[in-house]
Design a binder for this molecule. Structure first.
Ligand code: GLN
Length: 548
């Protein structure tokens, strides 16, 4: 097993996750099997309880793990499906050590960070690496060098480097090279950061320097000299418009040849598919522009909807168009009497929690339904679409969700099964579940399948007592769980509305740059086809795109 450990210095938010995901992609393009691990030095067991406003989106894996959004980057870049064990936090490590101590398994020893905590970390990394059968295991250590929280992890990988064979272990350090107003490229922050790393006994093998523009050769030489690496090991990673271009930039900078040399990897043919996809993205960014509205609660912090943004871009690439996202704060819609979506061709209401902004989102959904604007609702967006239909189509004026208020018509409610889960200390219905699609529906045309598997993250569900009442005037539940009691997809028949689809699940988590998610693609295609001036569309003209 070969290991590449990625650390970061100078400041957070440099794109360490993208750097690691890109290295993984490069290796994969060259035919290597890879496995990524993200280490998050926070004490939380997982990201489930974290506020997306502070940390960005909570990403959900197939097995239901709620994790850091970097795992989303890994899945999208490396095209792998990850599970809970691929995200190691301080909380997980310490609780395992403490449980073992309580069981008396340390046989009376004093339990310490070194060796007990570090051994636990090493065993977890090696366990995931070996189980995967990969050629190369990539480990990203979150935070920046010098943080107290990351110390045990850095110490663990220092020990691993000694224990593994000479050519099997390599450190990549990601730093920042700022520019002065006089356009000088400054190396001192990198020097300090590498110095801090070396004080902990870690010598980087490769230094990836993030900067506004490409590094000058003399700047690279200077970094090489002060940081004790070969000039070939200083990789310039300049800012780029398209994150998916980063693997190509890094490879052009020689990172793969250097990795090959250091890890003694064999030369192999490169798969050109990724390069082609990036070229297509460039082309589509010059293509037809369409604007869609995203009505959310954290609209000002776009990172909280990262996977949705990416899924939109993946679909846009395939359709050859450029999508401009107009972020609309739902709460502001509540105050305005008239909703103005004149300049958008589609409306998307993403997932969310709580009452703030909910009525604004319902207003946006009503507008999309009445004015026949393509609409895609995701999770909370689905639940609110059901409420909107219950109120304005089925005439249940007080329809609401019991998450939001007490109501005589809880069309969205906690199902008995979920109450049990909550009672047992569980939280939500999380991760992959099968969805069964009704024949001859929009959903079937979009997915071109009768059974799909998508990821979930929710507590509340459509209340089965109201289904019959809600299903009228073209409103249908076109996807359910196996038993048929949990509603998973709601749509309005294409005879009545050009495109109205909402899902209880989160299709955005399975979208990949080379394999866009089917509902996103169909939604965007409807946005392209619709004539915003007339705002109606002959459903016979509307062609659902072929998927896959
Ligand atoms: N708040 C809703 C629920 O818990 C929706 C959750 C979501 O959008 N992820 O069911």
């Amino acid at each position: 097993m070969k290991y590449i450990v990625v650390t970061g210095g100078v400041m957070s938010g440099l794109g360490k996750g993208i750097t690691m995901a890109s290295i993984g992609r490069i290796l994969k393009n060259h035919g290597y099997k890879i496995v990524p691990i993200k280490i998050d030095p926070y004490i939380n067991i997982d990201a489930g309880t974290m506020n997306p406003y502070q940390h960005g989106e909570v990403y959900v894996l197939g097995d239901g793990a709620e994790v850091d959004l970097d795992l989303g980057h890994y899945e999208r870049f490396m095209d792998v499906d990850l599970g809970r064990e691929h995200n190691i936090t301080t909380g997980i490590v310490y609780s395992a050590v403490i449980e073992r101590e309580r069981r008396g398994e340390y046989l009376g020893q004093t339990v310490q960070i070194i060796p007990h905590v570090t051994n636990e970390i090493k065993a977890r990394i090696r366990g995931v690496a070996e189980k995967s059968g990969a050629d190369v295991c990539l480990v990203e250590i979150g935070g920046t060098v010098g943080d107290i929280e990351s110390m045990p992890f850095l110490e663990a990988v220092r020990q691993m480097k000694l224990e593994e064979r000479e050519n099997d272990f390599l450190f990549v350090h990601v730093t920042l090279v700022p520019f002065t107003t006089l356009h000088e490229q400054k190396t001192k922050p990198t020097q300090h950061s590498v110095k801090a790393l070396r004080e902990l006994g870690l010598q980087p093998d490769i230094i990836v320097c993030r900067s506004r523009e490409a590094l000058r050769e003399d700047v690279k030489d200077k970094i090489a000299m002060f940081c004790n690496v070969s000039p070939k090991a200083v990789i310039s990673a300049r800012d780029t418009e398209d994150i998916y271009e980063v693997p190509l930039l890094l490879e052009r900078e020689g990172i793969f040849s250097y990795l090959m040399e250091k890890l003694q990897l064999e030369q192999s043919k490169e798969d050109p598919a990724w390069g082609r996809m990036v070229a297509r993205r460039k082309l589509s960014s010059e293509g037809k522009k369409i604007r869609i509205a995203i009505v959310g609660k954290y609209a000002e912090l776009e990172d909280s909807y990262l996977s949705i943004k990416e899924a939109i871009k993946h679909a846009a690439t395939e359709l050859g168009c450029k999508v401009e996202m107009k972020w609309i704060e739902a709460e502001e819609l509540e105050e305005e009497k008239e909703v103005d979506f004149d300049d958008v061709r589609g409306i998307l209401v993403p997932g969310g929690f709580g009452v703030r902004g909910a009525e604004g989102k319902i207003k946006a959904i009503e507008y999309a339904r009445e004015n026949k604007i393509p609409f895609l609702g995701l999770c909370f967006g689905f639940q609110l679409a059901v409420i909107e239909a219950a109120r304005n189509v089925a005439g249940l004026k007080d329809a609401n969700s019991s998450e939001l208020c007490e109501t005589p018509h809880p069309v969205i409610d906690l199902l008995e099964e979920q109450r049990e889960v909550v009672k047992k200390g569980g939280t939500m219905r999380l991760g992959d579940y099968e969805v069964f699609i009704r024949r001859e529906t929009l959903a079937e045309r979009i997915y071109q399948k009768r059974k799909i598997v998508e990821r979930h993250r929710h507590r509340y569900e459509v209340n089965p007592a109201y289904i019959e009442q809600i299903e009228r005037e073209g409103v249908v539940f076109s996807g359910t769980d196996r038993s048929g009691t949990r509603m998973e997809i709601m749509e309005i028949s294409p005879d009545i509305h050009p495109f109205f689809l909402a899902t209880q699940f989160h299709p955005e988590f399975k979208s990949r740059p080379n394999k866009p998610s089917a509902p996103f693609k169909a939604f965007l295609e409807a946005c392209i086809n619709i004539n915003p001036k007339i705002q109606t569309l002959n459903p016979n003209q509307y062609q659902i795109p072929k998927t896959q």
